[in-house]
Design a protein around this ligand. Structure first.
Ligand code: EPU
Length: 432
């Protein structure tokens, strides 16, 4: 069992380099299935969700070569069946992109329903609505999705999404790039990773227009050749480190970012009293005064991202005054609040709303990462708390943050990763 132990209370100084975007990588890697050639992909983050996805493609017959730490050559020409390895697919939410990519390439697809972080019901009805509109017959039974296209090739269609869904927008895009004719996705999501997937597919020979707006138009093509692509920096990883500095205090330059993608996050941090300076492809964050309360409501991009909700809640738990956080994307994304309460936070959750009464000082406690972003929130709380915080279940954090311990140590945080056996009650002080 791996845990993080953080001795809180140290301000952070220096520079942090941001990795490639997880939620772009987990769509672009399966998108390589649609390409009739080698895709050289740069800026791939080294995180466990990506490793799992690369292993899924390898199991299916892809030839994947490591060029360097963050660059891979992916050649999926050797894959000849539209069936994914179910056990592996169940371990990751984004495995649903394989269904869209397999349908687009083979006209049929079979695989397990996706797993991933649990914050309430996570339906994929809009993905299925899109596939059906393009002519696929789709069945979900015994935890499996089975899709087939009579005639062998999907047909372009007009698809209106009933909810703004990142996954459905990208999955329909994957299915549509090689369909016959034109597909129009209306009420599409606009997240930076949607634009990144469209740019990747276009650079391989697809014809997609409008990504980043609410209407995306895709003209189906017969072939996509190989090519070269570099994944965008991770908006949420960058936001998490900005929040960490806003909490712990100090001054850090967060490098390799697209500042525009961070505006929805930096605007809130500034309201709370952090100072933010844009410096080309870097953002400086400084916090010298006490944090102030604010209200936050999560929304699809360009609104405040739900994937930053736990991290900002951890900060608000230490801000002066009362704040309100409304979670408007997921039904049940406040489960981690009980962990923050163990550290002395005063938060009352009622359905989708958390009311936070800031406390002067969080106190260290043994806590667990309930999911990826909840885990990031625990790290932030630990960096700010008095004493040694022990965080369990950090494998969730490592699904989405490359070298988080090393990156934080690089700016002066007192954080270590330790392995321990269940029932090992060594005091945190002895390990830190
Ligand atoms: N929804 C439906 N039907 C669908 C699809 C979604 O009702 O067919 C609903 C969901 O229940 C939710 C809302 O629409 O209430 C938005 O869901 P969306 O489809 O946008 O989420 P997702 O694609 O499954 C991705 C990210 C999540 C992130 C959300 C929202 C990946 C792999 N995951 O999930 O990221 O929270 O978009 O931005 O891209 C994370 O990185 O920690 C993470 C959970």
């Amino acid at each position: 069992m791996t845990e993080y132990i953080i001795r809180g209370g140290k301000p952070l100084y220096g520079e942090i380099e941001i990795s490639g975007a997880k939620n772009a990588a987990v769509a672009i890697i399966p998108a390589a299935l649609l390409v009739d050639g080698v895709c050289r992909i740069e800026n791939i983050p080294q995180i466990s969700d990506v490793t799992l996805f690369l292993n899924i493609l390898k199991t299916m017959g892809a030839d994947i070569r490591t060029v360097n730490k963050h660059t891979m050559d992916i050649d999926c020409r050797g894959i000849n069946a539209g069936e994914g390895p179910s056990e592996m697919m169940r371990a990751i939410r984004a495995s649903y992109y394989l269904i869209g990519a397999m349908l687009g390439r083979f006209g049929h697809a079979r695989g397990a329903m996706p797993g991933g972080c649990d914050f309430g019901v996570r339906p994929i009805d809009q993905h299925i609505k899109g596939f059906k509109a393009m002519g696929a017959e789709v069945d979900v039974m015994d935890g499996m999705i089975i899709a087939d296209t009579p005639g062998g090739r999907l047909k372009g269609a007009n698809i209106y999404l009933d909810v703004v869904s990142v996954g459905a927008t990208m999955n329909i895009m994957l299915a549509a790039v090689k369909a016959e004719g034109k597909t129009v996705i209306e009420n599409a999501a606009k997240e930076p990773h949607i634009v990144d997937l469209a740019n990747f597919l276009n650079s391989m020979g697809a014809d997609i227009k409008g990504a980043g707006t609410s209407v995306i138009k895709i003209n189906g093509v017969d072939h996509m050749n190989g090519g070269f692509y570099s994944i965008i920096p991770d908006q949420i990883e960058a936001g998490t480190y900005l929040a960490a500095v806003a909490g712990a205090g100090g001054e850090v330059v967060v490098k390799n970012v697209i500042p525009k993608h961070l505006e929805c996050i930096t605007a809130k941090l500034e309201e709370m009293g952090a100072e933010i300076e844009e410096r080309g492809d870097a953002v400086l964050v400084r916090r010298t005064k006490p944090l102030r309360s604010t209200n936050v409501k999560t929304m699809p991009y360009p609104g405040f991202p739900t994937d930053m909700q736990p991290q900002i809640t951890a900060l608000l738990a230490m801000a002066q005054g009362t704040s309100m956080v409304t979670e408007d994307v997921w039904d049940d994304r406040f489960r981690y609040v009980s962990q923050l309460s163990r550290m002395g936070a005063n938060i009352h959750v009622d359905g989708k709303i958390a009311v936070i009464q800031g406390v002067e000082q969080l106190k260290a406690a043994p806590v667990r990462a309930c999911d990826l972003r909840a885990g990031a929130a625990m790290v932030i709380a630990g960096l700010c708390a008095e004493g040694n915080t022990r965080i369990e279940d950090v494998h969730y954090i490592e699904r989405g943050y490359e070298n988080i311990v090393e990156k934080l140590r690089g700016v002066g945080a007192d954080i270590v990763c330790v392995s321990s056996e269940p029932g090992d009650d060594k005091p945190a002080e002895a390990l830190a």
